[in-house]
Ligand binder design. Structure first.
Ligand SMILES: Cc1ncc(COP(=O)(O)O)c(C=O)c1O
Length: 389
């Protein structure tokens, strides 16, 4: 097994970069870099059915993952989370094929484990030993855990109202935590300043090319779990957008690999009423999203006033024929309770938002109950107990 990583490519201007040296964003235009692979060779060498016997974690997709040498992979067993058939909720909503992808079961309790396993592994491979990021919570916890396991030094800049579990886990994993009086965007600015001052490598969302490579494995998995088909609908709680664009990237790669005949999925982005830059830009027909003023929501992962990958999220929604919508904090918290009661899945508020959004999509007729629908529960409620109390 080996990685077929070939180069990095700017998603906006197309400039290419060598993948075997540290890169962040496109030097030419400042936009997001994607890892590209020699997919034609993978297509010749790897039949999708051979995956069945492989490791039960996201590194089973090794050929389309960015780490070249196995000894650099820093894994805590992330990925291959259950795609649960939500029969009870399905009955309540009249949906025949409703699924919950339960990312709360990842190490450190969220899908952020995937991105940070990939980013920390690649950082290790590139000889980087000290990394930093701003995070509203879950990403920081994951980075701290993977740095601890991989022997890297982690620096975290976190809004001071981030969930207590995230602060505590960062401390437990030995990260150097700075609490910031402000939003994730303020934490981002300080993280960048400190990175320059202290020689740290900044792994902010979509400002280094590899976190999205971990997150794209959600797309590979969903397809593998659905016997090599895509669902009709995916509802994703959107903050910085790596999850949604990662899944969309995965579907594109799987088409090129010949692992999928067609992509049937419409991607729906859900944001909070108090912070909905992507929803606003989508409905205004814009290519980029204006920053959201006074961002407010209890779902800390969705409290992202501006995203560097805004154009990629909007592209995925439009190319897929999906849409974007908001839910209120009350609606998402009520949905967390409903999902817990009906299915035994205690979701993060962000996961609850997907159920609240589905209700609206069914009501407005944008989604038909006969469709196969995947709700992405991106995290575990256990990290938000004070918000859910
Ligand atoms: C639980 C949870 N859900 C969703 C998100 C938003 O994810 P993305 O940045 O991929 O849009 C986050 C980000 O912090 C999160 O922690």
């Amino acid at each position: 097994m080996k990685s077929y990583l070939s180069h990095l490519e700017c998603t906006s201007c197309g400039e290419t970069y060598i993948a075997d040296e540290p890169n962040r964003v496109c030097v030419a235009c400042g936009k997001v870099l994607y890892a590209r692979y020699d997919l034609a060779s993978v297509r010749n060498k790897l039949n999708r059915n051979l995956l069945a016997g492989r490791a039960n974690n996201m590194w089973r997709y090794r050929e389309v993952m960015p780490v070249r040498r196995e000894e650099n992979i820093v894994t805590l067993g992330e990925g291959i989370t259950p795609l649960l058939k939500a029969l009870n909720l399905g009955n309540q909503l009249g949906c025949d094929s409703l699924y919950i992808k339960d990312e709360g079961l990842n190490p450190t309790g969220s899908f952020k484990a995937r991105g940070l396993s990939a980013a920390v592994s690649k950082a290790k491979e590139l000889g980087l030993t000290r990394i930093t990021m701003p995070s509203a919570g879950n990403a920081a916890g994951a980075m701290a855990a993977y740095c601890s396991h991989g022997g890297l030094e982690a620096h975290v800049f976190m809004p001071k109202d981030a969930p207590i579990a995230n602060r505590q886990e960062c401390d437990a994993f030995g990260a150097r935590v700075t609490l910031v009086d402000g939003l994730i965007s303020d934490a981002g600015r300080i993280s960048r300043e400190k990175a320059a001052e202290m020689g740290l490598f900044d792994v902010s969302t979509l400002q280094e090319p590899y976190r999205v490579e971990g997150k794209k494995t959600m797309g590979y998995e969903i397809v593998e779990q659905l016997a090599w088909s895509t669902p009709d609908v995916i509802v994703y709680p959107t903050g910085g957008g790596t999850g949604i664009v990662g899944i969309w990237k995965a579907f594109g790669e799987m088409m090129e690999l010949g692992w999928l005949d067609k992509v049937t999925t419409r991607m729906f982005s859900v944001q909070a009423e108090g912070c909905a830059p992507i929803v606003r830009a989508f409905h205004n027909g814009e290519q980029y999203a204006e920053p959201w003023e006074n961002a407010q929501t209890k779902a800390s992962g969705m409290r992202v006033p501006s995203a560097i990958g805004d154009y990629l999220i909007l592209e995925a929604l439009r190319e897929s024929g999906g849409s974007a919508l908001t839910v209120s904090d009350d609606e998402m918290i009520e949905a967390v309770r409903d999902m817990a009661k009906a299915e035994g899945v205690y979701a993060a508020p962000e996961g609850g938002a997907t159920l609240a959004a589905l209700r609206k999509l069914l009501e407005s007729g944008q989604v038909d109950p006969s469709m196969s629908i995947v709700l992405m529960n991106t995290g575990a409620a256990y990290k938000y107990l004070e918000v859910l109390a």
